[in-house]
Design a protein around this ligand. Sequence first.
Ligand code: G3H
Ligand code: ZN
Length: 294
Amino acid sequence: MAKNLRVVLKEAEAKRVAVGHFNISDLVALKAIFEAAREISVPVMIGTSEGEGDFVGRKQAAALVRVLREEFDYPIFLNSDHTKSFEKVKEAVAAGYDEILFDGSKLTFEENVKKTKEVVEYVKSVNPEILVEGEVGYIGSASEVREELPEGAAIKPEDLTTPEEAKQFVYETGVDMLAPAVGNLHGMFANMPDPNLDIARIRAIKDAVKLPLVLHGGSGNTDEDFRMAIQAGVVVVHINTEIRLAWRKGLEAGLSSNPKEVAPYKIFPLAFEGVKGVVLKRLKLFNKLDASLV
Ligand code: G3H
Ligand code: ZN
């Protein structure tokens, strides 16, 4: 039987590698992500945000991931990403998600602690095997290509998560995993890399909480920042905008190279290849399998 998520995270932590987490809105992306992971035999996480989960259907997403896990005896897991309402938490738990990220990062610290604690208590009362992640520090909400910083996102040192806050949050809520604001941002810039991550802060937070740290907003960060962040204690890296962009470019190419085609399965392969290429590159880097390190 495939290992559970807790074990997979422990193993990644011990090897100082990270599990790649990729969001989906459709079967094309799911298939591409799964094939990329299988090609190099590494565990992988699939995420659905509230919007993505509403579109795909939570039961449907859970069924698709479960079928892949069972048919191929493969460590593939599903996370209810950036879940902001208790109602969606309940839906994801009932559907059979492996992880719930409760996102209270826009609330005050006290409210965030209170709500996250309620979510942990609820989830564990239904199924203690489901992992709960909490988020401290706002990093912008949309996975989009943009020209400027999202309003209110933590990027100045005084807005980033401190080790003390992280420790208190983890202690009071009982979360299994933590997503801090360490200079990371959701989305990516059209013509430049994301700002550098605060690696020393990642290390200090890791020392303070001793839990798996999750790096959100991975699109647009440099390879070197990823390597250092993983070395400092990041165990899961989230990528969304880069695959959305690859999906769209592939779809446009598929449509323009077959102007009369109406069979979706003849149009989608370029979107599939585009997403798979991005995922493969990121998974190799996160798992220390990229050429520059071999
Ligand atoms: O939870 C999703 C991620 O944090 C995605 O961020 O769109 O910047 O890759 P990204
Ligand atoms: Zn995120």
